[in-house]
Design a protein around this ligand. Structure first.
Ligand SMILES: Cc1ncc(COP(=O)(O)O)c(C=O)c1O
Length: 458
């Protein structure tokens, strides 16, 4: 399959002022009738009419390059014909089965068991949850609590684990919590290996990994203030926290400490899983092995689905311990199975590694040439540029990041911002994006950064 044939040909194509007249009317209507918690269209006034691969048309005839892919959901891009066919076939058979078995359900579970790395291969159980990633997190935490009969939880600064009450408790951003307290009790946050802003003031070259020592201290010292936890949850590569790739040693060390203190470890692969970083799961870039993996986003091939996979010996919870009407939507399962098969048949991991490297190498040079680019980092097609108003003092600038995002939108590239200070311009394109589209897109990003920098210096 040629990836060139999976996107509209002439992207980006911008025909006039954005948003155009038709889009404007739709956006105004939405703002008038939808709730105030509405989020993305307030940042990017975009109406999506038709999507294909890594490109999207709006109703005014503009075509955009999609560097966002529905927050990383659309691994194979919009309307991938392979997935559409699988969904059409399923739609004509049966679409809702609660957790009664179907052939597709069993096939998907078997596929997941089979493709996992050696230590977990065919040695895991899969449990489907409600249709969002947050519910996979709820399930993982519930299982860990049942296994250990403990309730304290450890999470990391910069973590994003979702918006349901339990998952939100494990999410570090205070923005989502300050008006929503109280959260789950006994959740503690420890520093992630966010080397650009190391809170232990370490230099990368002489780093003594104080973040790892501190983590062990939290578990070892009876006066650390942390009661022995039920689990630690960690993103092996942080997404919403700002595309943070920790040093190789970090994740394995956290796992080893957890083994030493007998604390189950949950790897949240909801965003980083399914070849987003070039490997099936991002923990495979280290030699670490989780007890529980959370999955969603690409798992459903663009349709809502979530699940956890965990070591077989941990399967000690009771019948109905985690239920819900949409626990494993069979249409999403058909899409997900087609998606995984496509990924394997087309060696998508290698494509992601090479396109991702190209993107990272190209953008890396901005660290030297631009005064507002603090750091460029990423793995595979999960990349971010940390924007600062003062490079020496590393002063984060969410305003400049937003300006860059808005300029990119005007020129036909969809990106979003994230990070601790909302100052990281993030790229999560569909994994089937071609080198050519990546190049066109990042040149537009480069120009947007240059323009914002120029304006700032005036
Ligand atoms: C790492 C991670 N965990 C959990 C979630 C929550 O998933 P959902 O938004 O589908 O509930 C997200 C969503 O972005 C995520 O990136």
């Amino acid at each position: 399959m040629k990836f060139e044939d999976l996107s509209f040909e002439d992207a980006p194509k911008i025909t006039g002022k954005i948003p155009g007249l038709i889009s404007k009317k739709i956006l105004q209507k939405q703002l008038a009738i939808e709730g105030k918690a509405l989020s993305y269209p307030r940042n990017i006034p975009f109406v999506m009419e038709e999507g294909f691969g890594a490109t999207i048309k709006d109703p005014d005839g503009n075509i955009f390059i999609d560097f966002f892919s529905g927050a990383g959901v659309l691994a194979l891009g919009h309307c991938n014909p392979f997935i559409t066919k699988a969904v059409e076939t399923q739609l004509k058979k049966i679409t809702h089965t609660l957790d009664f078995p179907t052939k597709i359900r069993i096939e998907l579970i078997e596929k997941l068991r089979d493709i996992l790395p050696e230590k977990l291969k065919n040695n895991i159980k899969v449990q489907f949850g409600g249709p969002t990633g947050s519910d996979a997190v709820e399930m993982a935490v519930k299982l860990a609590k049942i296994i250990t009969k403990r309730h304290t939880l450890l999470s990391f600064e910069g973590a994003y684990h979702g918006m349901t009450a339990g998952a939100c408790s494990l999410t570090s951003g205070s923005f989502w919590k300050e008006k929503y307290l109280p959260m789950l009790p006994e959740v503690h946050f420890v520093p992630y290996a966010y080397c650009y802003r190391c809170i232990f003031n370490q230099d990368r070259k002489q780093c003594k990994f104080q973040c790892i020592s501190f983590y062990e201290h939290v578990l070892a010292d009876p006066h650390s203030g942390v009661v022995h936890p039920a689990a630690t949850i960690i993103e092996p590569i942080q997404g919403e926290g700002g595309s943070i790739v920790p040093p190789e040693k970090f994740i394995k060390s956290i796992e080893e400490i957890n083994r030493k203190y007998d604390v189950p470890i949950i790897f949240d692969e909801i965003q980083s899983g399914f070849y987003r970083t070039g490997k099936l799961f991002s923990f495979e870039h280290s030699s670490a092995t989780p007890d529980i993996i959370t999955m969603s986003k690409a798992l459903g091939g663009g349709f809502p689905l979530s699940a956890i996979a965990y070591r077989e010996e941990l399967d000690i919870w009771h019948k109905g311990a985690h239920i819900g009407t949409f626990r494993g939507n069979v249409t999403a399962m058909a899409a997900g199975l087609a998606c995984i098969n496509f990924m394997i048949d087309n060696d998508l991991g290698s494509h992601v590694l090479s396109t991702g490297k190209f993107m990272l190498d190209y953008l890396k040079k901005l660290e030297k040439t631009s005064d507002i680019v603090g750091e460029v980092r990423g793995k595979g097609l999960m990349t971010g540029i940390e924007i600062v108003s003062n490079k020496e003092l590393k002063i984060p600038s969410s305003a400049l990041a937003a300006e860059i995002r808005n300029k990119c939108f005007q020129e036909g590239v969809i990106i979003e911002v994230g990070g601790h200070y909302d100052n990281v311009v993030r790229f999560l394109p569909p994994l089937i994006i071609t080198h050519e589209l990546v190049k066109t897109g990042i040149m537009i990003v480069e120009e947007a950064i240059a323009q914002v920098e120029k304006r700032m210096k005036k």
